[in-house]
Design a protein around this ligand. Structure first.
Ligand SMILES: Cc1ncc(COP(=O)(O)O)c(C=O)c1O
Length: 365
């Protein structure tokens, strides 16, 4: 008798959600341009690096499970009460916990497709039913179409803005519509892992828009992207109430946010000038990459994130393989047609040059 027969849930729990990229001796392989995980091309703030070095000297001690210093800063920066802030080992962990908070077997969740898979992974584990609604032509979540799928069993309504992998942000009008029309027995989830890169776009922020909502909501954010701290694994979330926050808080395993991560995140948040400079640089490089791709005949979509998606000329996988042969890692996605799109993380200027040169060679132009 196999495990699959005796333990039926094993089948559900077989798939791993995180990409596995081997690194020698836990060190980054050199000579590889990693533009496939939407990581930061720039190191973290020097102040964050110094704070982490100090934290390493205190590493014999468990960290502050209450994350008090970071909670205070996030509360002040975002004008939200401290008892409505929670943390995860990356925002992925909070997204995976959403189903544990909301889903009984057979309950439904409405998700855009394509999108980041962490929420769906949690739903699969919890036995929830996923209703996938294709993103709009511009790559943003099609809120109107998603609202049409609301039903008696809908318990999660997940939005991602800017959306990964497409890069487009949801308009303020559509976010307001979701805030008002998603019913009070359903958790409205807004994944804002890339919100810093979109913050220069005009209009109300997502947190302001949630003031229009009477029902429950959670906004998830990350230190992995704009702050360049992906390897530390720290994400946070704001919730509509202290009760909801307490539910997520109770799912945290003991000390799941480590001492180095806490020190780095606090110092990174405080270094406002460094963040502004990172954002300015990434956005300028994003425009240069878009122009270069356009000149080669690809069709980049409007991106508000630290990556760019572009409609391919012929099968996207061909370009992914050609770049991989030159140690440049990018990804493809099977959207919106058979050729699909390329998704390229914004790197340093020399990464942009290398990507454009490799694509040019592959095109033979
Ligand atoms: C949309 C989105 N949300 C969440 C995450 C998870 O980020 P982390 O777990 O590193 O905070 C990612 C990572 O790529 C993402 O693209």
């Amino acid at each position: 008798m196999t495990d699959q027969i005796t333990l039926p849930r094993l089948n559900i729990l077989q798939s791993s959600q995180a990409p596995e990229i081997p690194e020698p001796d836990a060190r980054l392989a050199t000579g590889v341009r990693r533009l496939n995980l939407n990581e930061s091309p720039w190191p973290p703030s020097p102040k964050a690096l110094a704070a982490m070095a100090t934290a390493l000297t205190e590493i014999t001690r468990y960290p502050d499970h209450g994350c008090s210093a970071l909670t205070r800063r996030l509360s002040v920066h975002n004008d939200i009460p401290e008892d409505r802030i929670t943390f995860g080992n990356g925002s992925s962990e909070i997204l995976a916990h959403i189903s544990q908070v909301m889903i009984e077997t057979g309950d439904e969740a409405i998700l855009p497709t394509p999108t980041f898979p962490a929420c769906a992974a949690g739903l699969n584990q919890a036995g929830g039913k996923i209703i996938n609604v294709p993103v709009a032509e511009d790559g943003s979540n099609d809120v109107a179409a998603m609202l049409e799928h609301l039903g008696d069993k809908t318990r999660i309504f997940y939005l991602c803005t800017p959306n990964n992998p497409t890069g487009a942000a949801i308009s303020a009008a559509d976010l307001k519509r979701a805030a008002i029309e998603v019913p009070d027995n359903c958790l409205l989830v807004i994944d804002e892992a890339y919100f810093e890169f979109a913050a220069t776009a005009p209009g109300e922020g997502v947190l302001d828009i949630m003031k229009h909502r009477t029902g429950p909501w959670i906004i998830t954010r990350s230190f992995s992207k704009a702050y360049g701290l992906a390897g530390l694994r720290i994400g946070y979330a704001f919730t509509s109430s202290a009760e909801l926050r307490n539910s997520f808080w109770s799912l945290r395993t003991g000390f799941n946010i480590n001492r180095v991560a806490l020190a780095g995140a606090v110092a990174a948040l405080d270094d406002v000038d460094y963040l502004a400079n990172t954002l300015k640089t990434v956005i300028a490089e994003r425009e240069r990459l878009a122009d270069g791709l356009t000149a080669l005949g690809f069709v980049p979509c409007e991106s508000q994130a630290n990556f760019l998606m572009a409609r391919s000329i012929g099968p996207a996988d061909r370009f992914v393989a050609a770049l991989a042969a030159q140690n440049i890692m990018i990804s493809s996605l099977p959207w919106p047609d058979a050729d699909g799109c390329l998704r390229i993380g914004i790197g340093q200027p020399e990464d942009t040059d290398a990507v454009l040169a490799a694509l040019k060679t592959e095109l033979g132009t």
